[in-house]
Design a protein around this ligand. Structure first.
Ligand code: SF4
Length: 292
C-alpha cells in the first residue's frame, strides 16, 4: 500500500483497486492496492489468474484491459458480485474489478490556508490537466466505475478549469457522488453545473465554524470569505428548491476544537436558516505524548 499523488493519477486505470479513508477535515488519503506500471507492461511476466482472459492493449491505452469478469455488466451494482471480485482479488493479489469508486484530487492548490490542513506541508501548484481528466473519465467508464468524488490535496474548485472539469464529469455520465470544498468559489455558474440533473449527489462544505471571526482565525483567510461561503450555500439551496431537485445534498462540516466549540449553537442556527441537509461534526484528535 502506498499513497497516490496527483502525479500518479494518470496511472489510475482499469485494474486499480482503490481504498479511501477520510481524516479530520475530510482531506482524504487515497491508496491503491495495485498501481499499474508506468511503463508499458510486459504481458509475458504479468501475473495472471488461471481464469483470466489475456490482456489486450491498444495504442491509445497502453494498459491491459480490465479482466474483471463483472466487467461485462459495467455499471452493475450487485454488492455480492463486487464483494466476490474483491475477495478473489485479495486472495490472488490481483484487482479483478473496478475501481468502482474513484476519488480525484484535481488540484494541489488551495485558496485558503486552514491551520489544521493535513496536506499543507506538501502543497504545490500542480493540477490535473483537463485533457487528463477527460481521459480519466473515459477510462473509468471502461473500467465500470460507478461514481467519482472530488476532494484534495487542495481545493477542487480552485482548479484553473473548474467549470470545464465539472462539465466533463457531467458529460461522462459518471455520477459525481461527492465534492468536498471550502465553497469560497462555489459561485452561480459552478452551482448551476452541479445542480444539473443527476450530476452531483452531495456537496460537503468545509465551513468548520459558525461565525466569521473564528472562521478567519481557523481558515487563515479574510472573514469576508465566511460570508461568501454562506451566501454561496444560500443561493445554491434556493436554486435547488426552485428546480425542485433533491440533489445535491448540502452538508456543512464543522471541525470541533477548543477555539470554536462555543459556536456550535451558532452553526446549528445557521444550518437551520440555510436549510442544509445536515451538519457533520468532526473532531481534532488529541494525543497525550507524555503518556507514551
Ligand atoms: S480548504 Fe484548503 S487549506 Fe483548508 S483543509 Fe481544505 S485543502 Fe487544506
Amino acid at each position: 500500500m502506498f499513497e497516490l499523488s496527483p502525479t500518479d493519477l494518470p496511472r489510475i486505470t482499469a485494474g486499480a483497486l482503490l481504498r479511501v479513508a477520510c481524516t479530520g477535515c475530510r482531506v482524504y488519503e487515497l491508496r491503491v492496492a495495485k498501481l499499474l506500471p508506468t511503463k508499458q507492461p510486459d504481458n509475458s511476466t504479468t501475473q495472471q489468474p488461471a481464469t483470466q482472459q489475456p490482456a489486450t492493449q491498444t495504442p491509445s491505452n497502453p494498459y491491459p484491459s480490465n479482466p474483471n469478469p463483472c466487467q461485462s455488466s459495467a455499471g452493475s451494482t450487485s454488492p455480492a458480485t463486487d464483494r466476490d471480485a474483491i475477495l478473489r482479488g485479495v486472495r490472488d493479489g490481483v484487482a479483478y474489478g473496478g475501481p468502482y469508486h474513484v476519488e480525484i484530487y484535481p488540484a494541489d492548490r488551495c485558496n485558503i490556508d486552514c491551520f489544521f490542513c493535513s496536506t499543507a506541508a506538501i502543497r504545490g501548484t500542480d493540477e490535473l490537466p483537463l485533457s487528463r481528466i477527460e481521459e480519466l473519465m473515459a477510462e473509468c467508464k471502461e473500467a465500470g466505475t460507478r461514481s467519482v468524488r472530488l476532494a484534495g490535496g487542495g481545493e477542487p474548485l480552485f482548479h484553473r478549469k473548474t467549470k470545464d472539469m465539472l462539465r466533463a464529469i457531467a458529460k461522462s455520465g459518471l455520477p459525481l457522488e461527492n465534492i468536498t470544498t471550502n465553497a469560497v468559489l462555489l459561485r452561480d455558474e459552478i452551482a448551476s453545473i452541479l445542480l444539473g440533473e443527476n450530476v452531483c449527489d452531495e456537496i460537503i462544505v468545509s465551513l468548520n465554524t459558525g461565525d466569521a471571526e473564528t472562521y478567519a482565525s481557523m481558515m487563515q483567510t479574510p472573514a469576508r470569505n465566511f460570508e461568501r461561503v454562506v451566501e454561496n450555500v444560500r443561493k445554491l439551496i434556493a436554486e435547488r428548491k426552485r428546480l425542485k431537485r433533491g440533489t445535491p445534498k448540502v452538508f456543512l462540516q464543522f471541525l470541533v476544537w477548543k477555539g470554536n466549540y462555543t459556536s456550535i449553537r451558532r452553526m446549528y442556527n445557521l444550518a437551520r436558516e440555510l436549510d442544509v441537509d445536515a451538519i457533520i461534526f468532526n473532531g481534532l484528535s488529541f494525543s497525550n505524548r507524555n503518556s507514551r
